[in-house]
Design a protein around this ligand. Structure first.
Ligand code: SF4
Ligand code: SF4
Length: 167
């Protein structure tokens, strides 16, 4: 199995395990707060980008044009909040959900040592002691595996190169 697929499977197993014990888990369709509040322009490994590009290739010209405009604006943006340029803001849906990057799959279910949880909604439940029994995923391990998935570049750079060769 390719390394990225293996990583996806391990993440999905951890997510399922958490969901089984917490069917009321906050992350669900319609919650797009994290897509609206990225800490920075996302960085993707080559393997993640190649998968994402397969999803982009299925979108309509109109969708791609909107994404292209948002990518260009994001590339020039210097301060937060960074909104994911792939997000369909009208519906709150991710148009490349099946091909989304690893960061989107782990957000809300994994912690990074010393940096705490990423999602403030979940972090506030942790602070109240409501998620004490949760076995979180180890984000350090994810980062280590991502380093083996090829060159890492900002999403905006991957997209610009892809757009140039797709024209
Ligand atoms: S990580 Fe937080 S903001 Fe994102 S889907 Fe989960 S609960 Fe919602
Ligand atoms: S790729 Fe999809 S899931 Fe990830 S931040 Fe963007 S819209 Fe949200």
């Amino acid at each position: 199995m390719p390394a990225l697929s293996s990583l996806h499977l391990d993440i999905e197993n951890r997510v399922q395990s958490i969901r089984e014990n917490r069917p009321d888990w906050l992350c669900s369709k319609g919650c797009d707060h994290c897509c609206h509040h990225l800490a920075e322009i996302p960085t993707l490994s080559a393997a993640e980008w190649h998968l994402l590009a397969q999803g982009l290739a299925t979108l309509s010209p109109q969708q791609l044009q909107s994404i292209s405009q948002r990518m260009a604006a994001l590339a020039e943006q210097a301060t937060r909040p960074f909104v994911c340029p792939l997000l369909d803001q009208a519906s709150g849906a991710c148009p490349v959900y099946a091909q989304r990057p690893v960061a989107c799959r782990t957000y809300g279910f994994y912690v990074q040592r010393d940096l705490g949880l990423y999602c403030h909604d979940i972090e506030s439940l942790v602070a109240k002691g409501e998620l004490a029994e949760v076995v979180w995923g180890n984000h350090d391990s994810i980062d280590q595996r991502l380093r083996g998935l090829g060159e890492s570049r900002p999403l905006t750079e991957w997209f610009t190169t892809w757009e140039q060769v797709s024209r």
